[in-house]
Design a binder for this molecule. Structure first.
Ligand code: ASP
Length: 440
């Protein structure tokens, strides 16, 4: 059994957190490939080392005093961890190179990557594992695009004979050695790439929450954690704004059929959430999760005999395409069609869209409504359970919430409801209550 274990920034923000991580890794010898992030926040208004590095790099250009100040702060953050762990390690040589490269402005992505690089050095020394610089094995092409094929070959070649290794997250390099990073939160992607390439049994992603929650804890206090979720369900919920994992971290493990286990460094006894391709396990509450987003608008279009006008829908959607606007949902009636669009995206082009639709299909009537929210109730369990929709709408009716739109995907994996922005939080609470609190 082999596992990749990735630890997020808050799991590695201090020596105490490192010690918890050390215990977790030592408790299971299959935890062989360790992917660390840079030190994150130690307390709520602390600054992540990655952000300090960006700021330091900017200051290196023209603000010597500020540059020195931030660099010292970064050095102190690492030194505090080294001292707290009581290990023999000096990063002085590494910091010398960092300082030179910052002064010669080798690149912002190089700068950001040093957070993971230096943390990886500490982690490798602390665990007694081999340090592997991802610049050697995570490859980006000449245009800066991640190259999965070459990477896989390089990863396998490098790691196959190593018993245990620390591979810092978030970055790699082009063939010429130029350092490239993934987008923010990208250490998740590195973990997934290593897991996929080494064909491990499990990718454990350790963070500061006990898994993926049924809904947003800012809306429902202490929501339940989801024990098992499929990749498709996760995609639906993430699209609607729920986040635990970087979106691009799914593909490499999904392709290899490897499950992801989201775990909590601060509560390692919690089983966390398993993210899997498919499962026979019934979700605990019929629904798997609830997520949503505010700030949508709807454009209602009416034209008599619309139903028999061939090409009507295409012409309308083409207007959006020409304006570079994507749509979220298009519920329709016999002579009506409504477009749900992100308000911000629409606001800039609204008049062009309206006149474009007039020209394209000559409707009888159009109406715009703004400040709408969409809520997705997602769950593989809905397919085999009667009355799920009835319960959702009963809960909303009890909470006095008017439903503006309903859309059930034909996969029966989700029901999406549109409500007014101000009803967003109460609607989520009501749906959570009926499925989870009362556990019908
Ligand atoms: N340290 C990087 C960030 O703050 C990457 C990561 O933590 O995954 O975005």
């Amino acid at each position: 059994m082999k596992k990749v274990v990735k630890f997020g920034g808050s799991s590695l923000a201090s020596a105490d957190q490192f010690k918890k991580v050390g215990q977790i890794i030592r408790a299971d010898e299959s935890r062989r490939y360790v992917v660390p992030s840079a030190p994150g926040k130690r307390f709520s208004n602390d600054t992540k080392v990655t952000d300090l590095l960006y700021a330091c790099y900017r200051a290196a250009k023209e603000e010597e005093g500020k540059f020195q100040e931030i660099l010292t702060e970064i050095k102190n953050r690492y030194q505090e961890i080294i001292d707290g762990l009581g290990i023999e390690l000096s990063l002085a040589e590494d910091f010398k190179v960092v300082e030179e490269n910052f002064r010669s402005q080798v690149g912002q992505e190089y700068a950001a990557s040093r957070g993971e690089y230096l943390n990886g050095k500490i982690m490798a020394a602390y665990l007694g594992f081999t340090f592997v610089d991802p610049a050697e094995i995570i490859r980006f092409d000449g245009n800066g695009k991640f190259d999965g094929e070459i990477t896989e070959a390089l990863v396998v070649k490098k790691l196959k004979d190593l018993d245990a290794a620390v591979i810092p997250g978030f970055y790699g390099a082009k063939e010429d050695g130029t350092i490239k990073t993934f987008s923010r939160g990208g250490s998740d992607i590195t973990g997934s790439i290593i897991a996929g390439a080494m064909d491990v049994d499990l990718y454990e992603n350790w963070t500061d929450v006990s898994g993926f929650m049924v809904t947003d804890p800012r809306i429902v206090k202490n929501p339940q954690a989801i024990d098992t979720i499929t990749y498709r369900e996760l995609r639906e919920l993430s699209y609607m704004g729920a986040t635990v994992l970087h979106e691009d971290a799914i593909f490499p493990v999904r392709k290899a059929g490897i499950p992801i286990n989201i775990r909590n460094t601060n509560a390692p006894e919690d089983p966390g959430t398993m993210i899997v391709e498919d499962t026979c396990k019934k979700p605990k509450y019929t629904i798997t999760g609830i997520a949503g987003k505010k700030e949508f608008c709807s454009l209602f279009i009416e034209k008599s005999m619309m139903n028999s006008e061939i090409g009507f829908g295409r012409k309308v959607l083409q207007v959006l395409e020409e304006q570079g606007i994507s749509f979220e949902h298009v519920p329709s009636g016999i002579d009506t069609m409504t477009l749900f669009i992100h308000q911000e995206e629409f606001a800039e082009k609204e008049q062009q869209v309206i006149s474009g639709i007039h020209r394209a299909v000559n409707p009888d009537y159009m109406e715009l409504e703004s400040d709408l929210a969409l809520i997705a109730v997602v769950g593989r369990g809905m397919r085999s359970t009667r009355g799920t929709a009835a319960r959702i709408f009963a809960a909303l009716a009890h909470a006095n919430i008017n439903v503006k739109m309903i859309d059930q995907g034909s996969s029966e994996l989700n029901v999406i409801v549109g409500v007014r922005n101000e009803d967003f939080e109460p609607a989520i609470k009501a749906i959570y209550d009926i499925f989870v609190e009362t556990q019908i």
